[in-house]
Design a protein around this ligand. Structure first.
Ligand code: TPP
Length: 382
């Protein structure tokens, strides 16, 4: 086995060193499960030459700025689901017909044809390479062979520089070898799962729940399954990270006689934080936004967000939410969940939680379309 590869997988250290040797001096992106070993390696070794972006378009913007300032080709990493977020700055700015900015995109390929993956990747997986074709972005599938991969990386950086445009390396599942993941952080006593269960226990039969992308939806589904409560009161926003709160608020707007709760994550809320003032300006009395803040993108490996560094309730308040609160303890949470039911929304309740690992987590067994249909019939009931 070579020192660059683990079996037929690429070592994160080799990837990093090869990009650096090719002239890449700045790395940014949004965490993805397939790329997470590389993300950890960057966090441990790249220092200020690495930023975790708020969304993939924001990562492209960071890369454009870095190139303009340094003349060096930057690297942007993302899950293929993030190509949608990246599309606008790629097409309207970085493209050779516009600003002509070189960068290498490292794209994790979820939902690749022939692979069994979650439903939110079913469309994005098969269209990933044709999307890159349509964008005129030259791409290669990153080889699992270290020697080949090194050549591809060198070539990608060179082509980006020569053609003055984005170039992509698409990363299949299992390409990158694991890197020691930091353990969970016990910054707060509650877990996300405990917070979700407390929210469920505070609801009555008519209340509806909209849950964000990642493990929050999976934990909600698993709990309903285990307790035999059924799933029709929950709408699981399995893709479209960051849009759960807007979807929930729009449901609240159109169903003013129902209480609508949104279980959100800090990574997701930050990804589309512009939703807050729009929700705040609507003065939705029946909207309850429960932010489960673990300061991390826990679902894809625990890479940090700025969730613990900023005051999200204060931002919500300044955005027009009628009531905001922060809790960290179980008893406070139960009391706050009871209290907010009597308040006119929009309400934002931040629950700060830990990222301690839990045992195996199942995946929803109902398709997103069936989930949507069942939830709609639940909303139709008086
Ligand atoms: C546009 C987009 N980019 C990246 C991802 C990959 N992804 C899935 S869940 C997740 C992290 C969500 O973090 P947060 O909202 O804080 O919830 P947590 O996982 O910590 O509970 C990410 C980055 C995605 N689904 N969509």
């Amino acid at each position: 086995m070579s020192a660059d590869a683990s079996g037929s997988q690429l070592l994160p250290a080799m990837l990093y060193e090869t990009f650096r040797a090719a002239g890449v001096a700045y790395f940014c992106g949004v965490p993805d499960s397939l790329l997470s070993p590389f993300g950890y390696y960057l966090a441990d070794h790249a220092g200020t030459a690495h930023d975790i972006a708020i969304h993939e378009g924001n990562a492209v913007a960071l890369a454009i700025g870095a190139y303009v300032a340094t003349k060096k080709v930057p690297l942007v990493y993302m899950q293929n689901s993030g190509l949608g977020n990246a599309l606008n700055p790629l097409v309207s700015l970085a493209d050779p017909l516009v600003m002509a900015v070189p960068m290498v995109l490292l794209v994790g390929w979820r939902g690749q044809s022939g692979m069994d993956d979650e439903p939110q990747h079913k469309k994005q997986g098969p269209i990933t390479t044709s999307l890159l074709d349509a964008l005129g972005i030259p791409y290669q599938i990153l080889s699992k062979d270290a020697r080949q991969a090194k050549l591809q990386i060198g070539r990608a950086v060179h082509i980006a520089q020569e053609l003055q445009q984005p170039v992509a390396l698409v990363v299949e599942a299992g390409t990158i070898a694991p890197y020691d993941r930091p353990g969970g952080v016990q910054a707060y006593p509650l877990s996300r799962e405990q917070a979700i269960q407390a929210v469920i226990q505070s609801l009555d039969e008519r209340d509806a729940l909209v849950a964000t992308t990642g493990k929050a939806s999976r934990e909600l589904f698993e709990y309903r399954e285990e307790t035999g409560q059924g799933h029709r009161r929950d709408l699981l926003i399995v893709g479209g990270m960051g849009h759960a709160s807007t979807i929930a608020a729009a449901i609240a707007q159109h169903k003013p006689d129902r209480r609508i709760y949104c279980i959100d994550g800090d990574g997701a809320l930050l990804m589309h934080m512009g939703a807050l003032p729009i929700i705040g300006s609507k003065r939705l009395k029946n909207f309850y936004h429960i932010l489960i803040n673990n300061g991390a993108h826990e679902s894809v490996g625990g890479q940090p967000t700025v969730g613990f560094m900023i005051d999200i309730p204060a931002i919500a308040q300044a955005s027009g939410y009628a009531h905001v609160r922060r809790v960290t303890e179980a008893t406070e949470l139960t009391a706050a969940l009871q209290a907010i039911r009597e308040l006119d929304g929009p309400v934002l309740l931040e629950v700060r939680v830990n990222t301690l690992p839990r045992s195996e987590l199942s995946r929803p067994t109902i398709s997103p379309a069936d989930n949507r249909a069942a939830f709609m019939s639940f909303l139709d009931e008086v």
